[in-house]
Write a protein that binds this ligand. Sequence first.
Ligand code: SAM
Length: 173
Amino acid sequence: KVCILRLGHRPERDQRVTTHVGLTARALGANGMYLAANDTGVVASIGDVVERWGGNFFVENDVKWKKCIREWKERGGIVAHLTMYGLEVGEVVAAVRERPEDLLIIVGAEKVPGDVYGMVDYNVSVTNQPHSEISSLAVFLDRLFMGREIEQDFPDAKIRVEPCKVGKRVIEL
Ligand code: SAM
């Protein structure tokens, strides 16, 4: 199991980015997202996508982040924090892929509390340049799953895209 813990979400300005963190996680093979803030709007918009496009991706609203990390570890899981200050992604993914444990991936918004850096098993960077939680998560998941997540099926979908070279086609199931 692979889940995301989203830190630092500010409902007044991060709704769109946090929703995209969740949708990216879902599309690229993760199982769910813990949101360390209270924002039922984000939960509803991701829930709406799951309802129509299928799969079992969950969003848990208003978690306490320290408790979330602690409980994940108590259940035997490992924790990786995406940060430009971490070890190179290829190195971490190679180590994590060998391990059977569930993986929690932490992404921040503006500034991540300093404690996080010491609480996790791996701080991992997708380049040492500043960019975004969405791009770093996408690259990390794609590396972790070695590109195979692109072919996954989403069970119980109500709609599905029929890929086409020209135009666009959506099938109601
Ligand atoms: N300046 C903030 C800090 O030092 O914590 C980070 C702000 S950045 C817009 C938001 C999030 O994007 C970070 O918390 C991290 O999860 C992710 N991120 C940004 N650049 C990254 C990189 N090069 N590698 C991995 N994650 C990155």
